[in-house]
Design a binder for this molecule. Sequence first.
Ligand code: ATP
Length: 337
Amino acid sequence: MTSAVSFSGVSRHFGNVRAVDGVDLDIAEGEFFAMLGPSGSGKTTCLRLIAGFERPTAGDIRLFGQSVADVPPYRRAVNTVFQDYALFPHLNVLDNVAYGLMIAGVPKPERRRRAEEALAMMALPGYGARKPSELSGGQRQRVALARALVNRPRVLLLDEPLGALDLKLREQMQDELKALQRKLGITFVFVTHDQGEALSMADRVAVFSDGRIQQVGAPSEVYGRPRTRFVADFVGGSNVLPPALTALFGGPPVWASLRPEALHLRPPESARIIGTVTGTRYLGSATRLVVDLGAGASPDGRNDIAVLVPGGHPVPDPGVRVGLGWDQGAVHPMAAE
Ligand code: ATP
């Protein structure tokens, strides 16, 4: 099947900053694809390359099998929703939504009908006459989505679209976006630095670091079997074990990841691995402990390990000695550094 978006060897350099550095990527039609990574890792630049706001320094980008090297942004079957919504403050909601159709020369009655349809789809019927300043953050976000969808793009690009919303509204919008994408069946490419958001919404996640993709996979793969130390650490804060610690936990002497929730406290007298609690952090549904395994555990001095204690279980104080057990198969050797 032809990919909706395809990058081969794509780079975008600004002077000596390698914003995007040799990226190969295929996004399937109808996929909800997340680009996840820390600030400055190149996600937004990738989105701008797809939209045509940037041109690659090297490599080729295809949309639905066609190279878009010479296709200007307005001729591409994509639309972007920006983090700050970029609504026109002087236009009312209906005119904001219909703006792209006006530019495209769609006659006024059809413009109006399609804009009203898009607002109804985003659960905003009857809001057409308001100005953006008369809406809540969540409503403005929906207007921005309606404005992008009214042009019937085949790919919707979303650049941190929920970043400005509070936690509860963000979670609600995550569910709504996911449902909308399922209903419309169009390809969503979603940029975020929030791993929870990427894992909960996307069919596949690409993890970016320094302009490169470290790993692409289903959320459960990226979370459960990180390929590199960076992915293990960035996606959900896994323990990254140096070879000596991996061996202590029964694995081969290579770098490995071990999730804090796969570790369990045991009475020290019945455990093979013993350490001392050095810190506790209450997270609401669980408490994250840091356990020092002692100077002899690993020659490079990385002897701390995080353990997640589920809510309702007793939490030992700093200074207490604890034994550790772990789930079968929880130690994942990593293929690359
Ligand atoms: P954020 O989450 O903060 O938006 P990001 O992962 O989207 O980060 P990009 O915006 O793609 O990262 O930026 C990648 C790198 O390229 C950064 O170092 C940034 O400073 C640099 N960069 C981006 N655009 C330009 C530009 N027009 N000129 C010079 N450098 C740029």
